[in-house]
Design a binder for this molecule. Structure first.
Ligand code: NA7
Length: 557
């Protein structure tokens, strides 16, 4: 039983509802349960895993190295679990999350196959009422979204989309039993991180693979390999140091950069360090210099971008195909940098793989038998949409959240998301968003960002319990300041030079605003810690014993 701000008793079914049973939902459940809260997790899928439950397309793999793409909060977990490769493949990550769920006995508080269709704030009791597709309603004090940043698939609304008579799939809703490509003409739309993984995995498995590319990308070799026993021993022996360095870094990755900036280095010196990092592969390449410098110094960025362009030209036999694959419309890193696991560019040297430039000749429509561009018709048996997500806000808005006075989150975020620290939004009390808009999230190694948010939220709820508060809300002034701060940081970087999902530019009609916090996880952690130390500075907290009129006040003790 809880007590509301007017001093009356308010029954809630549970203390906290968490939406989503991926990396964030699982840890949030564990953390709050340990604090003695009655927690219920609702999950749309029939298993834990989140992103790694849904994205089972061929080649799906995480671009963070496996030894840091896991939980750091429990030493026993990383003592017992062993990753098999440098970068974890989707089935292994899913297995890891299932193992964690069992190991921490989390399933008993998770309701599977439950889709949340709305969440409404009841002002009379200061509680949230969360409704499922099957009509079930649950009331809760705290409403915590753990829905992931990339979980609402985006599928372009091409003319004739539903007329296609072959098999079609979105990569983020891949059938559990897989798809048979043998003897098939397969088409794939999209060459983002997903398309690049898919194309290199499926090239050679179909009778013919046709790639419809609108914008070429800068794929850096990941240099995946098995994690040998001695390498693993070394990782285990150094985990404390690894986690500390990861938390204290811009991207949540513990890699040293070779130089702070390229300032003072000759072009040849720069290319030499880039070559070294190219051989190391993965996000270590982005770490050649302090990543902020590559993403804000246009001259340095052009040297790095040109370095990658030359690598692409070297790998592709046909010069015309090579030029189509070379990105010139945006600087490296202004879109999420993809990784190449399986000779992506070399795939286009195969006779059974062809590239169609749908920037030059756009897709006119989907037909019963394939795709018609303004130039040609392509016959297809299978059509794959690797077309990405309504990122960062899509899954949150799909929850149909309605705050006090009937104001919806969709109305509030009409001109782009507005949050304080990406954790809360003014006008929606007791609603926490794990890795929400305007937090570092997708610009970092996600588990690092997730753990920090989960721990901050759990500490905040613990603080509220200790001090007799039962309502918290971001103040409007602190939110305005944070939004302005995030926008200003982004404007000083190169992000505006790409039409990316970071800015909502991939979804027609979506407001274009840079959404993640680009100031680095290390700085962000410090800001959040300072806010908590200062009694949740910038948040308004309410006590149950207050009268309704003055229930909400700045924390004063
Ligand atoms: P992305 O990065 O959004 O990529 C989507 C791809 O689909 C991209 O190449 C798009 O081209 C293409 N696309 C989207 N709409 C169309 C239309 N209408 N016509 C042609 N091509 C289109 O999604 P991913 O799933 O690859 O990656 C998302 C993140 O998941 C990734 O960055 C990692 O963080 C994990 P465009 O570039 O917009 O011209």
């Amino acid at each position: 039983m809880d007590v509301n701000t007017a001093g009356e008793s308010a029954d809630t079914d549970v203390d906290a509802v968490v939406i989503g049973a991926g990396f964030s939902g699982l840890y949030m459940l564990h953390k709050l349960r340990k604090q003695g809260l009655d927690v219920r997790v609702y999950e749309k899928g029939d298993e834990v895993g989140g992103t790694w439950y849904w994205n089972r397309y061929p080649g799906a793999r995480c671009d963070s190295e496996s030894h840091i793409y896991c939980y750091s909060f429990d030493g026993d977990l990383h003592e017992e679990w062993e990753w098999s490769e440098r970068y974890p493949e989707q089935p292994e990550i899913l297995e890891y999350l299932q193992w964690v769920a069992d190991r921490l006995d989390l399933r008993r508080n998770i309701a599977f196959e439950r889709e949340v269709t709305s969440a409404t704030y009841d002002e009379s009791s200061d509680t949230w009422s969360v409704e499922m597709a099957d009509g079930e309603r649950v009331s809760t004090r705290y409403f915590i979204t753990a829905v992931g940043c990339l979980s609402k698939p985006f599928r372009p609304d091409f003319d004739g989309r539903d007329e296609f008579e072959g098999d079609w799939h979105h990569t983020a809703r891949w059938p559990e039993d897989g798809v048979d490509f043998s003897d098939k003409h397969v088409g794939v739309i999209g060459t983002g991180s997903t398309g690049i993984q898919f194309i290199s995995a499926v090239g050679g498995r179909a009778d013919h693979l046709t790639v419809f590319q609108r914008t070429p990308n800068y794929a850096v070799p990941a240099r995946n390999r098995p994690l040998e026993d001695d390498r693993y021993e070394e990782i285990r022996a150094n985990y404390d140091d690894i986690w500390e360095r990861a938390r204290d870094s811009r991207l949540g990755m513990p890699f040293e950069h070779e130089h702070e900036t390229a300032y003072g280095l000759s072009e040849d010196d720069i290319r030499e360090v880039l070559e070294e990092r190219w051989q190391q592969g993965g996000f270590r390449f982005l770490h050649t210099f302090e990543p902020g410098s590559i993403l804000s110094n246009a001259e340095l960025n052009e040297t790095v971008s040109e370095f990658i362009r030359e690598k692409i030209r070297e790998k592709v036999d046909d010069p015309e195909t090579a030029e189509t694959l070379v990105p010139t419309d945006h600087p490296y890193g202004a879109k999420r940098p993809p990784m190449d696991y399986n000779d992506y560019y070399g795939t286009f040297n195969r006779d059974d793989v062809s590239l169609v430039d749908v920037d030059a000749a756009p897709i006119e429509r989907v037909t019963a038998g394939g795709i018609r561009t303004t130039d040609d018709h392509y016959d297809l048996d299978v059509l794959v949409y690797a077309t990405g997500f309504d990122a960062m806000t899509g899954a949150l808005l799909a929850l149909d959240v309605e705050g006090p006075n009937g104001r919806t989150l969709e109305q509030k975020w009409n001109a782009g998301p507005r949050t304080y620290l990406g954790l809360m939004t003014h006008g929606f009390p007791n609603l926490f968003t794990i890795t929400g808009p305007q937090s570092p999230s997708v610009l970092t190694n996600m588990p690092m960002a997730i753990e920090q948010h989960v721990e901050w939220i759990a500490d905040c709820i613990g603080y509220m319990d200790d001090h007799g508060y039962d309502r918290i809300e971001a103040s409007e002034a602190s939110e305005n300041q944070w939004v302005q701060n995030t926008n200003m940081l982004a404007e000083n970087m190169l992000f505006s030079e790409a039409k990316s999902w970071y800015r909502g530019a991939n979804v027609p009609g979506k407001t274009q605003v840079f959404t993640p916090f680009p100031g680095g996880l290390d700085n962000y952690r410090e800001i959040c810690a300072r806010v908590a130390r200062d009694d949740y500075d910038g948040f308004e907290l309410g006590r149950p014993s207050s009268s309704a009129g003055d229930a909400v006040s700045e924390a004063d003790d």
